[in-house]
Design a protein around this ligand. Structure first.
Ligand code: SF4
Length: 111
């Protein structure tokens, strides 16, 4: 490509604009996630799986295998960033679950 090649200029412009926009990406992703609604305990699927926002509120009689140290934050099905209070979950697409929550689909995170 020659120095004044319009393709070269276009490529440089794309790289510069991309670099300028890159810092905004985490904020945009965070904003998109923030728009997701929180899962309601009364949601039919949530209720069927005994989901609670607080693992200590789980019905132990109904879920005898539940232990208080089991929670969404250490479940293998949790998604999103470590440390966030409300995070997406593979079982409840389009909704956020609480990091301290629990449901009967809990699976120990490996490691
Ligand atoms: S599948 Fe795991 S992360 Fe999702 S609600 Fe149940 S316990 Fe929480």
């Amino acid at each position: 490509m020659h120095r004044h090649d319009p393709r070269r200029r276009r490529l440089i412009r794309l790289v510069v604009l991309g670099a300028a926009g890159a810092p905004l990406l985490p904020a945009l992703i965070g904003a998109a996630r923030a728009e997701l609604p929180k899962l309601e305990e009364s949601d039919p699927t949530a209720a069927a799986l005994g989901y609670k926002h607080d693992t200590n509120a789980v019905d132990r009689a109904k879920y005898p295998n539940h232990r208080p140290d089991q929670m969404c934050s250490n479940c293998n099905l949790i998604q999103g960033a470590e440390g966030e209070e409300w995070r997406p979950c593979a079982i409840f697409p389009g909704k956020l679950v609480h990091a301290n929550g629990w449901c009967a689909a809990w699976v120990k995170k490996p490691g």
